[in-house]
Design a protein around this ligand. Structure first.
Ligand code: Z5A
Length: 210
């Protein structure tokens, strides 16, 4: 792939959207063409699956159904948008990707990570991000930051315990590979963005711009 694939992860309210805007400005200032996208979603079909996944009417959704819908949306998104953009040399910034499935459907819902890994291999093969930024924040702080945004979706209705398991899974996964950069999102926005900039310049294509 000619472009680079960057994902940004973390529990609710850690500042993913806010910091994606920073990454966009960072790449613009270096004349790097990029596409910003999100999961679940990113294409017309995947956004329709997102609507089902987030709809609180679907309170009886089985965890395995939820996992398969996440990967169905991801497969479509990856083949229709992400890979073609990377092949054209564009960078892709994605708000959540496969690590969220390990954290939410694995850590949160209790599905075995080996099963998730099988579904990942079946749908994506060995395709993975080049860089994954995990924004980390105590769950209470994240929920407080995200609060007051109107009606809650199916995930936002989950308990603090659920989100603590999600956070723990992100942190455990981040220890397994050098593509992860964990950033303390409790700090000021400028401090967080300084760390994100440093993580970006670790990518081979940007090393010379350090
Ligand atoms: N999901 C899943 O289960 N499995 C999967 O495989 C995938 C997803 C891909 C999609 O939600 C849901 O799908 C998600 C997991 C599940 N559910 N949950 N929870 P989403 O990603 O679309 O939405 P979200 O996670 O709920 O994101 P969010 O609430 O929009 O949060 P955010 O983007 O991380 O935060 P933000 O909007 O950038 O910032 C929140 C506020 O904090 C805002 O007012 C900022 O100005 C402020 N902020 C940000 N940084 C700072 C700092 N450093 N200091 C002070 N204030 C700050």
């Amino acid at each position: 792939m000619k472009g680079r694939f960057i994902t940004i992860e973390g529990v609710e309210g850690v500042g993913k959207s806010t910091n994606i805007s920073y990454i966009e400005r960072f790449l613009e200032s270096r004349d790097i063409e990029f596409v910003s996208t999100r999961e679940p979603g990113g294409t017309a079909l995947a956004e329709r699956i997102r609507d089902v996944l987030l709809d609180k009417v679907e309170s009886s959704m089985d965890p395995m159904t939820e996992l398969l819908l996440m990967f169905a949306a991801r497969k479509q998104h990856t083949e229709e948008l992400i890979k073609p953009a990377l092949e054209r040399g564009k960078w892709v910034i994605c708000d959540r990707y496969t690590d969220s499935s390990y954290a939410y459907q694995g850590g949160g819902r209790g599905l075995d990570s080996k099963i998730i890994s099988k579904v990942e291999k079946l749908t994506l093969g060995s395709f993975k991000p080049d860089l994954t930024i995990v924004l980390d924040l105590p769950v209470k702080k994240g929920l407080a930051r995200a609060g007051n945004r109107g009606e809650l979706d199916r995930f936002e209705l989950e308990s603090e315990k659920f989100f603590k398991r999600v956070r723990a899974t992100f942190l455990a996964r981040a220890k397994t590979h050098k593509r992860y950069h964990v950033i303390n999102a409790s700090r000021s926005l400028s401090a967080v963005q300084g760390k994100i900039g440093a993580a970006l310049t670790c990518l081979p294509a940007l090393r010379s711009t350090r």
